[in-house]
Design a protein around this ligand. Structure first.
Ligand SMILES: Cc1cc2nc3c(=O)[nH]c(=O)nc-3n(C[C@H](O)[C@H](O)[C@H](O)COP(=O)(O)OP(=O)(O)OC[C@H]3O[C@@H](n4cnc5c(N)ncnc54)[C@H](O)[C@@H]3O)c2cc1C
Length: 316
């Protein structure tokens, strides 16, 4: 195992909007941050070509272009951006020890975790093929493209009900594909779905395949698991709402998470239960999960780290 001698003031884990924004703020505070990009440099937005809701882009922006701009901005201000994924941490004492790619240990006085959350998919080959061409795991991000169209939403929990009712304000018709004959959702969400006239719930249904052509999704092949009937339903969009997996596993020995794995932060701050370790972006946000909220919380983490170091570093 290689051990770097230098102790960094701030080490940022993750290169999505949260990580790069934290890096920008840490640079501006003269903290010379090191940022590890992980296995998806640029984060989730590199999976999409159309972002219409990030402020400051009147014509919309390509996800890769936005992330490349954020990366360049962080580098220009002095961030040390590195390839590598964090595979282990020791937050039991300061300086913290961070292992990268199981081969190198880096030391830091403070750490910002910005590792995001990964949407769960059904695991169908056709779903992967049409991702970004009609298959989406984010109604807030992509619902706008389905105004006046027909969409299907998979899932029976609170998120699925929320996504379906949101989409129903834009789309002509929303089908909810629910595996069982009841919702897992709360009473309130269930009632909201039931009182929305353009939502039709397909109980006891499983998705066999997403159908499409060169223009994108054209339908979905469904199985009625009660009757055994398999049929094709024409839809323009296919939305997954079966949950997210916050990328917090590597920190769980030290960092408190909620039952779903989201990192718990203190009040309106980015502070975790370990002093000097902060969390930003989707990894600590079960409800919004948007690029601009991730960037906003990255800003908070950068400022929180600066304030922590102002108290802690002079005593070293
Ligand atoms: C297809 C798609 C389209 C979307 N469209 C929109 C949209 O139009 N508008 C919008 O506001 N939002 C959109 N979103 C949501 C948006 O992308 C996320 O809310 C945002 O990217 C979250 O930012 P983040 O920085 O928290 O995490 P992420 O962007 O998920 O970045 C996480 C980073 O952490 C890194 N990482 C993970 N584990 C490790 C590790 N162990 N070590 C080191 N690094 C690690 C990854 O490599 C990645 O760089 C979309 C998401 C998807 C998937």
């Amino acid at each position: 195992m290689i051990m770097e001698e230098q102790i960094y003031k701030v080490l940022i884990i993750g290169s999505g909007p949260a990580g790069f924004t934290a890096a920008i703020y840490a640079c501006r505070a003269n903290l010379n941050p090191v940022l590890y990009e992980g296995m998806q440099p640029g984060g989730q937005l590199t999976e999409t070509t159309r972002i219409e809701n990030f402020p400051g882009y009147p014509e919309g922006v390509d996800g890769n272009d936005l992330m490349e701009d954020l990366r360049k901005q962080a580098i220009r201000l002095g961030a040390d951006i590195r390839f590598g994924a964090v595979t282990k941490v020791d937050f039991s004492k300061r300086p913290f020890l961070i292992t990268v790619d199981d081969e190198k240990v880096v030391m830091a006085h403070s750490v910002i975790i910005a590792t995001g959350a990964t949407a769960r998919y059904l695991g169908l080959e056709s779903e992967t093929r049409f991702r970004g061409q009609g298959v989406s795991a984010c109604a807030t991000c992509d619902g706008f493209f389905y105004r006046g169209k027909t969409v299907a939403v998979v899932g029976g929990g609170d998120t699925a009900c929320e996504e379906a009712t949101y989409l129903a304000t834009l789309a002509k018709k929303v089908y909810m594909v629910v595996r069982r004959d009841v919702f897992r959702a709360s009473e309130t969400m269930r009632k909201r779905v039931e009182s929305t006239p353009n939502i039709e719930v397909l109980w006891n249904h499983n998705t066999k395949e997403v159908l499409g052509d060169s223009s994108g999704v054209t339908g979905v092949r469904l199985l009625n698991n009660k009757t055994g009937n398999v049929y094709d339903l024409p839809v323009d969009g296919f939305f997954l709402a079966i949950g997210h997996h916050p990328n917090s596993d590597v920190f769980k020995e030290y960092i408190t998470t909620n039952p779903e794995g989201y990192i718990v932060t203190e009040g309106k701050t980015s502070k975790t239960n370990v002093e000097g370790v902060f969390a930003a972006g989707d990894v600590q946000d079960p409800s919004y999960r948007q690029a601009v909220t991730a960037a906003g919380s990255g800003c908070k983490a950068g400022l929180d780290a600066e304030r922590f170091l102002a108290c802690y570093l002079p005593t070293l």
